[in-house]
Design a protein around this ligand. Structure first.
Ligand SMILES: *Cc1c(COP(=O)(O)O)cnc(C)c1O
Length: 349
């Protein structure tokens, strides 16, 4: 890379499709996927289901749509959905659970644990009666985005899922970055997903595909999910054009370890800066807390941008940096040098 090149650490969604992906898109065998006639999409769905150890899978345009379809299919309007307080489904999906599916959210606090305890879940479950709505679904998230890409261990997921299942409540995992979790925890993905009924994972984040997510679960669940995808306008025609790079993206799972190493490098470097507190990350998301430096996230993001580093504002004093397929260790060194230069005058101001 040249020194003028922008190092974009805003998100792992910013990756550009590789030459191989563009070539695969160009050569993809396609058909009308709404009629299940696109062989490339069919192959992606088959391979994805097999990969996560579930009966069936559905290719959807985005993680948000995958989650919202799952929320809708698992529940009935007027029920409650149990959501962790800092979860993506609760905070960043435009109140879709209420808006689209007519649910009342009940939030659980999980703190740094990221997934509620079994006791918290049990306490949160409401049994339907004359006055009470009944709980339709529990959702969990792994890795946990807001807490900084935390890889939640299987034991915690299973503990949260148990009381839900005991009460006949299904469990959906927002696994936008669940492969980052599996790689970081060094466990097979099928182990992590053993006790969840459905999972959504993004092809367009760390795996580097241009578009799309996968929703997986039981055959009957996916059949209904296909219908709700149509309802939401997510029925696509010659989608093999975008599914072909998606298929290639499944080959990028093991290399996520590199992103995690780069994130650890970045965190260690940033943590050296005056007044910066930057915990070593589990995966590819680095959170820089800068309250002690008296630098707001708005100021830090602006300063980074001015020196050619993309970052994203997370909270008043928290800024997120995300590593991905398009940055290597040399880019991280360069980013650190630029950020150091950018914050020096701010710290002494
Ligand atoms: C990115 C993300 C989503 C949504 O995915 P989109 O493809 O951006 O709609 C859902 N959950 C989590 C945890 C995410 O990080």
């Amino acid at each position: 890379m040249t020194t003028e090149e922008f190092i974009d650490l805003r998100s792992d969604t910013v990756t550009k499709p590789s030459d191989a992906m563009r070539e695969a898109a160009r050569n993809a065998d396609v058909g009308d996927d709404v009629h299940r006639g696109d062989p490339t999409v069919n192959e992606l769905e088959r391979r994805a289901a097999e990969l996560v150890g579930m009966e069936a899978a559905l290719y959807v345009p985005s993680g948000t749509m995958g989650n919202q379809i799952a929320v809708n299919v698992h529940t009935e309007p007027g029920q409650e959905v149990l959501l962790e307080r800092e979860s993506h489904i609760y905070r960043w999906e435009v109140a879709g659970a209420s808006w689209i599916s007519g649910l009342q959210p009940r939030t659980l606090d999980a703190g740094d644990r990221c997934v509620p305890t079994g006791d918290a879940v049990e306490e949160g479950i409401v049994e339907e009666d004359l006055h009470r709505p009944g709980t339709g679904l529990l959702t969990l998230e792994n890795t946990h985005n807001y807490r900084g890409g935390v890889a939640v261990p299987k034991a915690h997921l299973d503990e949260a899922a148990a009381p839900a299942h005991d009460a006949g409540v299904p469990v959906h995992l927002d696994g936008a970055r669940v492969f980052n979790a599996a790689v970081a925890l060094e466990v097979p993905i099928t182990d992590l997903l053993e006790r969840v009924d459905s999972v959504n994972f993004c092809l367009s984040k760390g795996l580097g595909a241009p578009v799309g997510s996968i929703l997986a679960g039981e055959e009957a669940f996916i059949e209904e999910a296909r219908r709700i995808r149509k309802l939401l306008g997510g029925g696509m025609r010659q989608a093999g054009i975008i599914a072909a790079p998606g298929l290639l993206s499944l080959e990028n799972i093991d290399r996520l370890a590199e992103d995690h190493e780069n994130a650890a490098l970045l965190a260690a470097g940033l943590d050296e800066l005056d007044g910066f507190s930057v915990p070593s990350p589990d995966t590819n998301i680095v959170l820089a807390h800068t309250e002690d430096a008296d630098i707001t996230a708005t100021e830090l993001v602006e300063a980074c941008d001015a020196v050619g580093v993309g970052a994203s504002e997370f909270d008043t004093y928290t800024t997120r940096f995300t590593t991905h397929l398009d940055v290597d260790a040399a880019d991280i060194d360069e980013a650190l040098a630029r950020i150091t230069e950018a914050v020096e005058p701010m710290a002494t101001a």
